[in-house]
Design a protein around this ligand. Structure first.
Ligand code: UD1
Ligand code: CA
Length: 456
C-alpha cells in the first residue's frame, strides 16, 4: 500500500497577529509544520505533499530540507480547494491522508488506525468529543449512528450546533474516491469556500461507510489559531515529555518546571534534575547525574557521576565522568572535559580540551586551549586567543600551576609542571618545572604624602 499525505498549511493564521506564517511558530523550539512533517515521515511508503500559501516562500525556505513536494495554493479558497491543488499528484490506488500543518500533537498510532479504516467502500474520519464545540464542523449522524455529513458552524442549524462531536479535519481515503469527489466540490455555502468536509456527504451518497475514530483528547487534535493555544499546547507537550522522563527513572524536582526542546538520545539511571532546567537539541545524559536549577544544556554529552551546579549554560560540549561544573559556568561549543575536571563559578570554556583532574575554579576564560591533566588554573586567568583577526592556541601541559590573574597571550605553551606567578602576562613559552613570572617590581615610597582635603 502506498500512502500520500497531504499537509494543509496555506492558511493565514490572522489571529496569531504575527509577521511569521502560522505554521512556522514553534512548539518545543520546532515549527508546527515540522511536528506534522516528522509525524508523517514515520509512515512507510509515504509521499508527502505540503500545500503552502501565505508566506509561502519563507515557509519553503525555512523547511527546505523536508523530503516533500511543495504545492502552492495561490488564493485560500477553502480546505477543499487546498486539496484540489494536489489532485493531479495523487494516484488512484494511493491511500490519501489529510493532515493540518497547524495540528502539532497528533499521534502516530492515531493516524495508523485511521489508515487501517480505509477500504474499497469506506473512508476514515477522525472526530473529537468536545465540551465546547464552537468553531468546529459538527458530525451529523443518523439515529443508528451512521455519519451523514459534516456541517460547518457557520452553516449549521440551531439543532446541529448542539452536536458535541466535532470534525478534526483529519481523514483518510482512497485516492480514486478523493479525486472523483474533489472534482464535484462547490462553494455554495455561508463562507463561499470549497469545503473538504463536503466529501463526507458525497461518500454517503455513493453508498460508502464513514468509519470514525474518536481522538484520545482534544489536545491531540487541537489546531493552533492564536498564541493562547500555542502556549497551551507547549505545556501539554512539555508535560508529556516530563512524564516520559520520569517513567524512565529521572527525578524531576518539579515536572512543570522542566522543558525539553529536543531529545535525549541516551539516558542513564538516577538522574536528578532541579527546577527550571532546559534541554535543547540532542543530549546524552549518563548515570547518577545531578543538574542544578536554571541550567540550559544543548547538544551535549554528560557522562556518569557528573554534577552540574545551578545556573550553567552548556552547549555542544562534553563533560567527562565525575566532573563538576558551576555554579554559573558556561561551556561553549567544543569544550571537552575529561574525567574529574572541576569548572567553577564565572568560568567560560570555549573550543578547549581539559584533561583528567584539572581545575579551573574561578572567574576565568579558557579559549582555544589544550590543558593537560592535574593542571590548576588560578582565579582570573585569561587566555588571550584573539588579536582581532586571528585565533591562536594556548597549550598548558600536565601538572602546570597558573597563578591568579594571569594572561596567557597565545600562541604560547606552558611546560609540564611549570608554575606561573600570579599577575603575570605570559607572552613567551614557559619552560617546564620552572617558575615563570612577569611582574613589575613592587616599590614602597616612604616620603609619599596622601593628599589632604582643605577644611573651610
Ligand atoms: C476546518 C474544518 C472543520 C473542522 C476544523 C478543525 C473545513 C471546511 N472545515 O475548519 O470542519 O472542525 O477545520 O480545526 O474543512 N487551509 C489551507 N487552505 C485554505 C484553507 C485552509 O491550506 O484555503 C488549511 C489551514 O492552513 C489549516 C487547515 O487547512 O491548516 C484548516 O483550516 P482552517 O481555516 O483552520 O479551517 P476551519 O475553518 O477552522
Ligand atoms: Ca482551524
Amino acid at each position: 500500500m502506498k500512502i500520500t499525505t497531504v499537509i494543509l498549511a496555506a492558511g493565514k493564521g490572522t489571529r496569531m497577529r504575527s509577521e511569521l506564517p502560522k505554521v512556522l511558530h514553534k512548539i518545543a523550539n520546532k515549527s508546527l509544520l515540522q511536528h506534522v512533517y516528522e509525524l508523517s515521515s514515520q509512515l512507510p511508503n509515504n509521499s508527502i505533499k505540503i500545500v503552502y500559501g501565505h508566506g509561502g516562500e519563507l515557509v519553503k525556505n525555512t523547511l527546505s530540507d523536508f523530503n516533500a513536494n511543495w504545492v502552492e495554493q495561490k488564493q485560500q479558497l477553502g480546505t477543499g480547494h487546498a486539496v484540489q491543488q494536489v489532485a493531479d499528484q495523487i494516484e488512484a490506488q494511493d491511500v490519501v491522508l489529510i493532515l493540518y500543518g497547524d495540528v502539532p500533537l497528533l499521534k502516530l498510532t492515531t493516524i495508523n488506525q485511521l489508515i487501517n479504516l480505509v477500504g474499497p467502500q469506506s473512508i476514515a474520519l477522525l472526530t473529537v468529543r468536545l465540551e465546547n464545540p464552537t468553531g468546529y464542523g459538527r458530525i451529523v449522524r443518523d439515529i443508528e449512528g451512521n455519519v451523514l455529513k459534516i456541517v460547518e458552524e457557520k452553516d449549521a442549524t440551531a439543532d446541529e450546533k448542539l452536536i458535541t462531536e466535532g470534525n478534526t479535519g483529519i481523514l483518510a481515503l482512497q485516492g480514486s474516491d478523493l479525486k472523483r469527489w474533489l472534482s464535484q466540490l462547490g462553494n455554495n455555502n455561508a463562507q463561499g469556500e470549497y469545503y473538504l468536509t463536503d466529501v463526507i456527504e458525497m461518500a454517503v451518497k455513493d453508498g460508502f461507510n464513514v468509519n470514525t475514530r474518536v481522538a484520545e483528547s482534544e489536545d491531540e487534535v487541537l489546531g493552533v489559531n492564536n498564541r493562547l493555544q500555542l502556549s497551551h499546547l507547549e505545556r501539554v507537550y512539555q508535560k508529556a515529555q516530563s512524564e516520559h522522563l520520569m517513567e524512565q527513572g529521572v527525578t524531576l524536582m518539579d515536572p512543570s518546571r522542566f522543558d525539553m526542546r529536543g531529545e535525549v538520545v541516551q539516558l542513564g539511571t538516577d538522574i536528578i534534575i532541579d527546577v527550571n532546567v532546559i534541554f535543547e537539541g540532542n543530549n546524552s545524559i549518563g548515570n547518577n547525574v545531578k543538574i542544578g536549577a536554571n541550567t540550559i544544556i544543548k547538544d551535549s554529552i554528560i557522562a556518569d557521576d557528573v554534577e552540574i551546579l545551578a545556573n550553567c549554560i552548556i552547549e555542544n560540549a562534553i563533560v567527562g565522568q565525575g566532573s563538576r561544573v558551576g555554579p554559573y559556568a558556561r561551556l561553549r561549543p567544543e569544550a571537552v572535559l575529561a574525567e574529574h575536571v572541576h569548572i567553577g563559578n564565572f568560568v567560560e570554556i570555549k573550543k578547549s580540551t581539559i584533561a583528567t583532574g584539572s581545575k579551573v575554579n574561578h572567574l576565568s576564560y579558557i579559549g582555544d586551549t589544550t590543558v593537560g591533566s592535574k593542571v590548576n588554573i588560578g582565579a582570573g586567568t585569561i587566555t588571550c586567543n584573539y588579536d582581532g583577526v586571528n585565533k591562536f592556541r594556548t597549550i598548558i601541559e600536565d601538572g602546570a600551576f597558573i597563578g591568579s590573574d594571569t594572561q596567557l597571550v597565545a600562541p604560547v605553551t606552558i611546560g609540564k609542571n611549570a608554575t606561573i606567578g600570579a599577575g603575570s602576562t605570559i607572552t613567551k613559552d614557559s619552560p617546564e618545572n620552572q617558575l615563570t613570572l612577569s611582574r613589575s617590581k613592587q616599590i614602597s615610597i616612604a616620603s609619599w604624602q596622601r593628599p589632604v582635603k582643605k577644611e573651610n
